[in-house]
Design a protein around this ligand. Structure first.
Ligand code: GDG
Length: 480
């Protein structure tokens, strides 16, 4: 059973899927299973009975939220407290007691809905910061199932994390899982530091802790992409109409590409500053290079995001006004979403991928850019050292995104890099991406969760609690 905030419920018989959705779907398709979460709908009166849709071997089950739930749990606590703290941005945290209460209340409600579907032998894999307390709520209802949690965003050091409202409760909430996974060893280290400093987790062995009488494993599982499939899409993407039009419009200029949700964690403002600095310091490149920044809007109902929309648009406009020529627009800044194939094709025709988040759990764009490159003439990845992907992609030019001049110099270096060096850098990253695929990520997490079950059987810390449910709620819900 997979739980995530948004669920790709199939429409018209086909399943919509992004990178992560494809991975999770792959995992569920093999074994069959249930995918539970928010429907995306806001209603006046939300029922705790999930709406169930069958899509092949996967059962999709979703519940609605009320406006108050959405405001407090999602826009409030998740996106105005957890997101900024986990991205080390204490300056952007907005604490409201009602949001904290709403977050725990909605998690309790999700647990009650999930309880209607759960069977005692179900293995549950819960995703992301929206659902930290979900296992604890399920345990309170008497469920003793194997439950794993994966955090898609970074986990900061304890000094930063302790700024979270209900910090101790959140840590204990994570202690209610059997396995807690993060993208990188650094996130794992930070989380372990939190457990130990707060005196909440007693170390029991490598990456194992005892929290409130339960055993918990804490491991890094770097998420990947479907590398081969993405590479194929990039090849076919070259024929995509938008890609062809873009190519024609470029003339013989080089292309730099950036692709990010409009989010302060992605460092788009600092990136445009660096590009501006590059143009200022390298006049030889004027009218020789174009930077396309694809930036779909996100979370526009959070004030910080609305403010940022204006700031970045203004900054791109200023750079174009300052450096542009009648026949050359240095930055093409778009807030539209581009289709999957077009995106892959655009990566492939780019000489430079500019991926400079201030902080990122992993960053899949970096991996997609590498997978899309033609081996005979690969582009150069410029990657922030603060992206989780930097732990794996050591063929990239690693930069500090706060250092404007260093980033500008990296752009110049990337544009001038000889073919042999580009190939050498690319091949190491490509090989890594062939091994650390999204499928491998799923298998590794689930096998760790299964191992933790076996260990608990061999060496229980406490007697197992009685299973409280005697009926078969999943079947009831499906009938409903
Ligand atoms: C979170 C963590 C972690 C973007 N614009 C378009 C488009 N995208 C696709 C990209 C990529 C995905 O969205 C973005 O993934 P990222 O990993 O870069 O970032 P987040 O959305 O913040 O994801 C992150 C991730 O979870 C997974 O664990 O890596 O650190 O923050 O796949 O290609 N796709 C299309 N058009 C667009 O305009 N088709």
């Amino acid at each position: 059973m997979v739980v995530s905030n948004r669920v790709p419920v199939p429409k018209d018989g086909s399943t919509k899927a992004g990178g992560l959705a494809i991975a999770l779907e792959g995992a569920l398709k093999e074994s069959g299973g249930l995918w539970f979460g928010w429907s995306g709908n806001i209603v006046g009166d939300a029922s705790d009975k999930p709406e169930v849709v069958q899509g092949g071997k996967i059962t999709f089950a979703v519940v609605d939220l009320t406006q108050q739930d959405y405001d407090e749990y999602y826009a409030g606590f998740a996106n105005r407290a957890l997101w900024p703290v986990c991205h080390y941005r204490l300056d952007l945290v907005q604490l409201e007691r009602s949001d904290t209460d709403g977050y725990f209340r909605v998690n309790r409600a999700f647990a009650a809905s999930l309880a209607r579907l759960l069977q005692p032998d179900d293995i549950i894999w819960i995703h992301d910061y929206h659902f930290i307390p979900l296992a604890a709520e399920l345990r309170k209802l008497g469920f003793n199932n194997r439950i794993g949690f994966f955090l898609h965003i970074p986990w900061p050091p304890s000094d930063v994390a302790s700024a979270l409202p209900a910090y101790e409760r959140l840590l204990r909430g994570l202690g209610a899982y059997d396995v807690v996974g993060f993208h990188t060893p650094l996130d794992v280290e930070n989380f372990q530091q939190c457990l130990v400093r707060e005196g909440i987790g007693q170390p029991m062995g490598p990456n194992e802790y005892q929290v409130d009488g339960r055993r918990i494993r804490v491991e890094p599982f770097p998420v990947g992409i479907d590398t081969q499939a993405f590479a194929r899409t990039a090849v076919s993407g070259e024929k995509n109409a938008l890609v062809r039009r873009t190519k024609a419009s470029m003339g013989d200029r080089d292309l730099i590409i950036g692709v990010d949700r409009l989010d302060y964690s992605k460092g788009i403002k600092q990136r445009i500053e660096s590009f501006s600095c590059f143009l200022k310091s390298s006049p030889a490149f004027h009218n020789r290079v174009t930077y396309i920044q694809i930036t779909p809007k996100s979370r526009s109902d959070v004030p910080e995001y609305k403010r940022m929309q204006h700031e970045i648009a203004e900054q791109a406009g200023w750079t174009n006004g300052n450096f542009g020529e009648v026949d050359w627009t240095p930055i093409r800044y778009v807030n539209q979403t581009v289709g999957h194939a077009a995106l892959a094709g655009l990566y492939r025709m780019s000489q430079v991928g500019l991926v400079t988040p201030l902080r990122d759990g992993m960053n899949l764009v970096a991996k997609e850019f590498v997978a899309a490159q033609p081996p005979e003439d690969p582009g150069v990845l410029i990657l922030s050292r603060f992206a989780g992907a930097a732990h794996e992609l050591n063929g990239a030019l690693l930069v500090n995104p706060y250092d404007t001049e260093a980033c500008a110099a990296a752009i110049t270096r990337a544009l001038q890099m000889p073919l042999a060096e580009r190939q050498e850098r690319w091949i190491t990253m490509w090989e890594r991406l062939q091994t650390n695929t999204v499928g491998a990520w799923c298998r590794q997490f689930l096998s760790c969760l299964a191992d933790s079950a076996a260990e608990a059987e061999e060496e229980p810390l406490e007697p197992k609690r009685a299973r409280v449910r005697s009926r078969s709620p999943r079947r009831q819900a499906t009938r409903a």
